[in-house]
Structure formats: C-alpha cells, structure tokens
Write a protein that binds this ligand. Sequence first.
Ligand SMILES: Nc1ncnc2c1ncn2[C@@H]1O[C@H](COP(=O)(O)OP(=O)(O)OP(=O)(O)O)[C@@H](O)[C@H]1O
Ligand SMILES: [Mg+2]
Length: 258
Amino acid sequence: MNDIPKIKLEGVTKSFGDNHVLKGVDLEINDRESMVLIGASASGKTLLLKCIVGLVKPDSGSIQIDGVETTDLSPKDRETLMHRMGMLFQQSALFDSQLNWENVAFQLLQDHELSREEAKELAVEKLISVGLTAHAADLLPAEISGGMQKRVGFARSIANSPEIVLLDEPTAGLDPIMTNVINDLILDNVRQLGATVLSITSDTGGARKIGDRIAMLYDGKIIWCGTRDEVDDSGNGFVDQFIHHRGAGPMQLAERAF
Ligand SMILES: Nc1ncnc2c1ncn2[C@@H]1O[C@H](COP(=O)(O)OP(=O)(O)OP(=O)(O)O)[C@@H](O)[C@H]1O
Ligand SMILES: [Mg+2]
C-alpha cells in the first residue's frame, strides 16, 4: 500500500453568500480504501464530492490526489484527472436523449478506444451486474424507474474501472435486495479492482457494510472519523445520534431540516 493518501483534503472551505457550508474539511482516504461519508441533510456532503471531482472550486484549502494538488489544475489536466474518476450523482444525472447502455458507455464511446459494439457489450454486462436486463439497456432513462436509473448511474460510474469512485447515495430508493447487490458491487470494486471509493450514504447498515472507515461531516467540518468497528461506540454524540437514528441528541431538527 502506498503511504501517500489517495485523496487528501486540507482546510477545504466553500460558502454561498452567508451560507458557510464547508468550514475547513480535513480528510485522508487511503489507496484502495472504502470511505463512507455521513452527515445530516444539507451539511455539505454532495458539495464536498463536487469539490473533489472538480465541478466546484473550493474558496480555500487543498485537495490532493496521489499527492498532487488539484484545485488549480488546467482544464486539460482536469480532464485527464476526471478520466480516472467515476461519479454517481445523487439524482443519477443521466443523459435523457441517450439509451441506458449509451449512458453507461459514455466515457468509453468518448475515448474511442473500443468499437461501438464492444462498448455496448461491456455496458450491457455492467447493467446485468446491477440487476437490469439487456432489454432495459436499449430503453431511454425516462422509460425506467428511479431505482433503475440509480443503478444505470452506478453502472456508469464503474464502467471504465476508474481508480477513484465517488458515489452519492448509491442505494437511496432501492429495495433491500437491490441495496445489498449494489453494496456488494461497491465492495467488489474496492477489493478486486483496487478502486478507492468515497460513498455518501444515509443507510447506516450499508455504511457499516461497505465502509472500511466512516467519517461524519457536521457544521462544515469532519467531526469524527473511525473504523466501522468503532462507529457504534464512537464516544461522539453527533455520530451516536446519526448512527442510532435518534430524534433527540445534539443535532437539532432545525439544523437537520435546514
Ligand atoms: N451551487 C450552489 N449554490 C448555492 N448553494 C448551494 C450550492 N450547492 C450547495 N449549496 C448549499 O450547500 C448546502 C449543502 O448542500 P449539499 O447538497 O452538499 O447537502 P447534502 O449534505 O448533500 O444534503 P442531502 O443529504 O440533503 O443531499 C445547502 O445549504 C445548499 O443549499
Ligand atoms: Mg446530497
């Protein structure tokens, strides 16, 4: 294992006017590690993922990948880096006008390294691995359910075996069986393909299953980070309230609901 963290965040801040969302996020994710990010709604989890993938530029702080600063990359270097990452967006964000398999094969088709037939074959294979049929591969996103769209989005995020996979609520809206299938696939990608994965999840059972470590974002900072074995007995009231689904605790409803 490499000593340099795969992803290293230091003092990352981002505000929108008076809304200071990220107030100095520090987090290290090791090579081939599965990290789970938890936190209340509107705490800035999605925003943090967007900063890592480069869709949002932090106001200050450092985001290093393999020891290289990425907050000031040229557009060309940013594109090269994005090729090494796969991302599943919270709302799936599929291209409406492209068939499901074309969505999955999007990067492969752009790169022109595979023929269209080869790209389709690979895309259909990925879609079958997430429980979809070859028939669904030839439909448009609008013709399948929200949970199916989520699985297409997940298949897209892993289609070109990226080094880094960023997953925003990969199992939200899925039934318990499909949740397990997706969680197993996340683990497969880490264990077999050697990817480094950062997942946001509100499913605390899933967090324990897929996370080597779990980090909690609260009030713009990572307030706790520990192994899955430590999470049940974290000694942190915020983590405790979240993990044990308690209505009462240090987090008030107003700040949870925003
Ligand atoms: N582009 C933007 N412009 C203005 N405000 C934004 C923008 N993106 C995020 N925010 C604000 O940042 C805060 C965090 O949003 P974010 O989407 O990261 O929350 P989250 O933790 O992912 O929540 P959820 O669990 O509900 O998905 C919110 O208050 C949101 O309104
Ligand atoms: Mg979000």
